[in-house]
Design a binder for this molecule. Structure first.
Ligand code: APR
Length: 237
């Protein structure tokens, strides 16, 4: 029985596709304050500003020049060709894993191309701009829709499923994340505590948690991720 694999990705895997990261020098949080656009209080205080922030990112994602890169494609190949379970968990809210061929993706921080009603809690596919008066397609409530994005201070999605997979995996791979935001930043510890799995960091440069990993490979994701997937599929880890 082949070992299971858990992959965690962050903004770095989408950087070469043209989407900004958060904490690099040119990152999103160098231009916008988290407190203004990415907390429940920000949405209560100024919903229009929050909608504008996510509408701009949604609009950019839907532009034709934003395409999955070889790192996304490599992970889809691993999910297809590895004989055991592969759980792909992403902190990213873009759809580049799906467009890169990944059939199942667990978006622990939500998805930019979905909206959620604060009244009936239905989550709907959403590609148009959101605004304060946009009516919920399910319950019709006029002021209910918010981005289906997990804000700071909110609980990430599907955590039980993630921890179950971390418990059982033989390989944990973190790709393109700075290791600054919990609970994702703690996943490597969760895995290492059980002493069973091999843990690998693939990142442009050492992350905050790089010393917690058994192995670290540094370079652009579009180069190191395909090479790592090839290695796993041909000779394991
Ligand atoms: N290839 C690989 N890694 C890269 C590349 C690249 N081409 N470019 C940048 N990186 C790395 C950076 O070195 C950095 O360590 O990607 C990481 C991006 O880190 P962050 O910007 O902090 O993004 P992330 O770790 O995904 O942030 C986690 O924080 O703001 C919240 O909800 C948001 O999901 C996000 C979470």
């Amino acid at each position: 029985m082949a070992e299971s694999i858990v992959i965690l990705t962050g903004a770095g895997i989408s950087k070469e596709s043209g989407l900004d990261t958060f904490r690099d020098a040119d990152g999103i949080w160098s231009r916008v304050r988290i407190e203004d656009v990415a907390t429940p209080q920000a949405f209560r205080d100024n919903p229009l500003r929050v909608h504008d922030f996510y509408n701009a990112r949604r609009q950019q994602l839907l532009e034709s020049n934003i395409q999955p890169n070889p790192a996304h494609l490599a992970l889809a190949r691993l999910q297809r060709d590895w004989p055991g379970e592969v759980l792909l968990v992403t902190q990213n809210i873009d759809d580049l894993h799906e467009r890169g061929g990944s059939a199942s993706v667990l978006h622990m921080h939500g998805e930019l191309l979905k909206a959620r009603c604060t009244h009936c809690h239905v989550v709907a596919e959403w590609r148009a701009p959101l605004s304060v008066g946009t009516a919920c397609p399910s319950c019709g409530h006029a002021a209910g829709l918010r981005p289906h994005v997990v804000w700071f201070g909110e609980m990430p999605l599907e955590m039980e499923r993630i921890y179950t997979a971390l418990d059982a995996c033989g390989l944990f791979v973190s790709i393109g994340t700075s290791g600054n935001v919990y609970p994702a930043a703690g996943f490597v510890d969760e895995v290492s505590r059980r002493g069973h799995a091999h843990t690998v960091e693939l990142n442009l440069e050492p992350s905050s948690g790089t010393d917690l990993f058994d192995e670290a490979i540094h370079g652009p994701a579009s180069e190191i991720a395909p090479a790592f997937v090839e290695r796993v599929l041909t000779s394991g880890w």
